[in-house]
Design a protein around this ligand. Structure first.
Ligand code: GLN
Length: 453
């Protein structure tokens, strides 16, 4: 832990951490030493981890990347982080993220952007680590921590993992408890790890997962021994290649990476089959209705009374208004406005109900593919490699939303998806592939991902 603490201090330029917790790390590491000496070591004993600042941590400021939560110190611990501490892990601090996890580049954080440790060949231009779990991905890629927690509502674990050459898995909806994690879009949000290797991700997920009576959407299933699935043979598996993911104007580099991935799976004894997920093209527009709708409802609780920031006002309504105006950033305000609009009486049927119907169709597309015997689906993780800070989305937010084209379907269907590093772009940046699986079959994902890695 001491070595990690000094590395974190040296890498402050990345802005990966919002809050460092060195004293806590050393105290937890000392406890770990005691348990090891007593022969009572847990599966993660002494392993230093970072926690995305969307997870409430007892006695440690939790901001969700927002000014409105600045100074909020929870008196409780999220179930997932508590599970990690139960198994012996050591907390290094709280990792930067897009404000309320809304973004794909970590540029919407009130605490400033995270800088990726990667650079393009022959260029010093700072790049984004992806988002919203940009701090988690950058910290793992820069070896500041052995692994990190992250969350994924539309791609926020997989896209930053792909951008930084790390492994990120969004488990099946319900696999990890959402209790104590600041809510963005509750029907889409899932916790998961970002790690250096497929094996590390498997080990971390096992500790993070499991039933929690405090989250009614948490599945009452034991967490399998995911590590045992790493290295398992994929011989005879059918791998679906969805034709709708072959986008017009797709970069040749991504196309080549995808073909290479298919070849690796063939070499390992699996057989690719072309499948059709016909509603894919509706996924992004439907996601950008459902997610803001749920966000506008979840974010109603930030009123200046209960948490964090309070801006004075002449009466209570004025105080609410001033607090929310001062506390929320531009992207969050945009989502609240879109969400409120699509949920309003006159537009509810035209937008929100429609989007929910599309969601059902997307889910059925996957069910049809899996019912036809497909074991897993292989797609690119992102449409491009990492881009420069300030390069995308400032004039047109849709440009940023397009980053999620390959990842949002998985959240809409509640399925597990993993991003695994698969090669480098011509500019020397990491590129990732995504493996999508059946609900509650993360084990197959780990087996397939291990072959690609
Ligand atoms: N980029 C997507 C969004 O901005 C996904 C974010 C996430 O998964 N938390 O909504």
């Amino acid at each position: 832990a001491a070595a990690q603490i000094s590395d974190i201090e040296k890498a402050r330029g990345l802005n990966a951490f919002i809050t460092e917790t060195p004293e806590k790390a050393l105290a937890m590491a000392a406890q770990s030493d005691l348990r090891i000496a007593r022969g009572e070591a847990g599966p993660l004993e002494g392993i230093p981890l970072g926690i995305k600042d969307l997870y409430c941590t007892d006695g440690v400021q939790t901001t969700a990347g927002s000014h409105i939560l600045e100074g909020f110190t929870p008196a409780y611990e999220s179930t997932v982080s508590a599970n990690l501490w139960r198994d012996g892990a050591v907390m290094l601090g709280k990792l930067n993220l897009d404000e309320f996890a809304m973004g794909s580049s970590n540029e919407t954080s009130y605490f400033g952007p995270v800088i990726s440790p990667w650079r393009r060949k022959d260029s010093d231009k700072p790049l984004v680590p992806g988002g919203s779990s940009g701090g988690s991905a950058a910290a793992v890629a820069a070896r500041l921590c052995f692994g990190a927690t992250a969350t994924d509502t539309g791609g926020s674990i997989r896209q930053p993992a792909a951008f930084t050459g790390t492994v990120g898995i969004k488990p099946t909806y319900g696999r990890c408890s959402r209790w104590g994690i600041v809510a963005f879009a509750s029907s889409l949000d899932q916790a998961g790890p970002i790690a250096r290797t497929v094996r590390d991700a498997a080990i971390l997920l096992r500790s993070m997962a499991g039933h929690d009576p405090k989250d009614t959407t948490s599945a009452d299933l034991p967490a399998p021994d995911y590590e045992a699935a790493v290295g398992r043979s994929i011989k005879g598996m059918k791998i679906g290649i969805p034709k709708e993911y072959r986008l017009d104007g797709m970069s040749p580099e991504i196309e080549k990476l995808w073909a290479q991935g298919v070849q690796w799976l063939i070499d390992a004894g699996a057989s690719p089959v072309e499948i059709s997920l016909p509603n894919t093209r509706h996924a992004l527009p439907a996601y950008y209705i459902v997610a803001p709708a749920e966000a506008s409802s979840n974010l109603a609780r930030y009123d200046g009374v209960r948490y964090g920031l309070r801006a004075p006002g002449k009466d209570i309504a004025d105080m609410y208004e001033n607090t929310r105006a001062a506390g929320f950033g531009k992207e969050v305000r945009r989502r609240i406005m879109i969400g409120t609009y699509v949920l309003s009486a006159g537009y509810y049927d035209a937008y929100y109900v429609r989007a929910q119907q599309i969601r059902t169709l997307i889910k059925r597309d996957f069910e049809t593919a899996f019912a036809a015997g497909v074991d897993a689906i292989l797609t690119p993780a992102t449409p491009s490699a990492a881009f420069g800070i300030g390069e995308k989305g400032s004039a047109d937010p849709v440009e940023m939303y397009l980053n999620d084209i390959f990842t949002v379907t998985v959240n809409m269907a509640g399925l597990p998806g993993v991003a695994v590093p698969a090669g480098l772009s011509s500019e020397g940046l990491p590129l990732g592939l995504q493996v999508i699986g059946r609900a509650f079959d993360e084990e197959t994902l780990f087996a397939v991902a291990e072959v690609i890695e």
